[in-house]
Ligand binder design. Structure first.
Ligand code: KIV
Length: 264
């Protein structure tokens, strides 16, 4: 597989080649995922739930993400790695600039931030200083208490229009990738078509330029609630390497996610 860069991801969108992305938190899984052709590894703040056992992502710190980013980089030296910026690590511009240093020095190629308009100056400042940014709209888990639970977002015409506008504004500010989480498929399609940058979906239908899943969901080892948008590939294949290969091939073919994993 060619070394993945922002330019390669951009070209994949232009050529209609779907992008596969997975969360990874350690060297062994990172190596295995890279070997199976997963293009992007995300050190998600989901680690607060799937590794640390919390009920949400809010307790995760920059030190946690930096630790796991170093481990993932050690296992996958050529991988394209995105590090999540955890809750309140980008509250102010000064704080943001301090927060990104340990993540980029741990081996991240890009950082991901959750939110819309309030992030525009931050995204511009990061990009100007050499830090590529991935936006994240829709069900942004750091705002779970504002949403009143893990709920599908962008369901009314007004909220959908606002999300399209915000996605364009993030791109305009310099974001080079966008994650859309738990939104209706029709809205994900509108945003994917409106944007020049690649759009990665989770619970956003098979219409985006790529897909991401939390690795524990894909392997069916998450404790408690299993989201509608995830699929247990290990149950289907019985072996971890085959499970990952199957995920990558279904993403590439556009057969995952199906209707049963998507929202109207
Ligand atoms: O934290 C995470 O793993 C994420 C993905 C679910 C997109 O943000």
């Amino acid at each position: 597989m060619a070394k993945i860069t922002t330019a390669v991801l951009q070209k994949m969108k232009q050529q209609g080649e779907k992008i596969s992305m997975l969360t990874a938190y350690d060297a062994s899984f990172a190596k295995l995922f890279a070997e199976q052709g997963v293009e992007i590894l995300l050190i998600g703040d989901s680690l607060g739930m799937v590794l640390q056992g919390h009920s949400d992502t809010l307790p995760v710190t920059i030190a946690d993400i930096a630790y796991h980013t170093r481990a993932v980089r050690a296992g996958a030296s050529d991988a394209f790695i995105i590090a999540d910026m955890p809750f309140m690590s980008y509250g102010t511009l000064e704080q943001t600039l301090q927060s990104v240093v340990p993540l980029m020095q741990a081996g991240a190629n890009m950082v991901k931030l959750e939110g819309g308009d309030f992030l525009l100056p931050t995204i511009q400042a990061l990009t100007e200083r050499g830090v590529p940014v991935c936006g994240h709209l829709g069900l942004t888990p750091q705002s779970v208490h504002v949403f009143g639970g893990y709920k599908v977002q962008g369901k009314t015409a007004e909220k959908a229009d606002a999300m399209v506008r915000q996605a364009l504004a993030l791109q305009e500010a310099g974001a080079q990738l966008l994650v859309l989480e738990c939104i209706p498929t029709a809205l994900a399609e509108r945003i994917t078509q409106a944007l020049a940058i690649p759009v990665i979906g989770i619970g956003a239908g098979n219409v985006t330029d790529g897909q991401v899943l939390v690795m524990h969901d894909l392997l069916g080892i998450s404790s408690g609630y299993i989201p509608k948008f995830s699929k247990n590939y290990l149950a289907q294949t019985g072996e971890i390497r085959s499970a990952i290969a199957s995920y990558v091939s279904e993403v590439k073919a556009g057969t995952f996610p199906g209707q049963e994993h998507s929202f109207n």
